[in-house]
Design a protein around this ligand. Structure first.
Ligand SMILES: [Ca+2]
Length: 205
């Protein structure tokens, strides 16, 4: 039997296989929602790009009641994002392109297809359906934001924003260099382990 460390193999596999290519995941703080229950509390928000569509996945801190009042809004920055005073500094978007209720139904004017299962919102939207890019932005450069809302009361009050991801910026579908470095480390470790396995292969009589 080869004698390379199972722990090394496990670490290499974990680092190289659990991170899909061209995907960025943002880890939000838990318990930082301004109001509402834990289903308004964003835990993670990830986006990837397959060359034509953006694919989203967002996990909340608790199960989303499909008959509940939670709303989930996705924003995109295609190069012209501006600060809105209703949001934290740096949390910017060109347009909110999808606003969905707890049952996953898009409000009027939204684009993409979304669904909600347990504590997770998943969705997909074609880059061609998003606002036209400016400033030389490519789809890979688009920044995305997600926030949760309590609905307002018709004719009485506006919607109330509860949690934001990221808090002070956007995420792109392409990982930051640090994430790539981790992935490459994982692939490198896997390769080293396999090379070690070959070198220490069964002895030939
Ligand atoms: Ca949160």
């Amino acid at each position: 039997m080869p004698k390379f460390s199972p722990l090394w193999i496990a670490l290499a596999l974990a680092a190289s296989l659990t991170v899909p290519a061209h995907a960025t995941t943002f880890q939000d703080a838990l318990g930082d929602q301004l109001g509402g229950g834990a289903a308004f509390d964003i835990d993670t928000f990830s986006v990837s790009f397959d060359g034509s569509d953006f694919v989203f996945s967002a996990k909340m801190a608790d199960t989303i009641n499909k008959a509940g009042t939670e709303r989930f809004v996705f924003g995109v920055d295609t190069g012209t994002a501006a600060q809105n005073q209703a949001f934290p500094t740096g949390f910017v978007f060109t347009k909110a392109f999808a606003s969905l209720g707890a049952n996953g139904t898009l409000a009027n004017g939204g684009v993409g297809t979304f669904q909600i299962d347990n504590d997770t919102v998943t969705g997909r939207v074609a880059a061609s359906l998003l606002p036209a890019a400016t400033n030389g932005f490519k789809p890979e450069d688009f920044g995305f934001t997600l926030w949760t809302q309590l609905p307002g009361v018709a004719g009485v009050s506006a919607t109330v924003n509860e949690d934001f991801a990221p808090n002070n910026g956007t995420i792109t579908a392409v990982p930051e260099p640090a994430s790539w470095a981790l992935m490459l480390l994982g692939f490198g470790g896997l390769g080293a382990a396999l090379r070690g396995a070959r070198r220490r292969g069964p002895a030939v009589a």
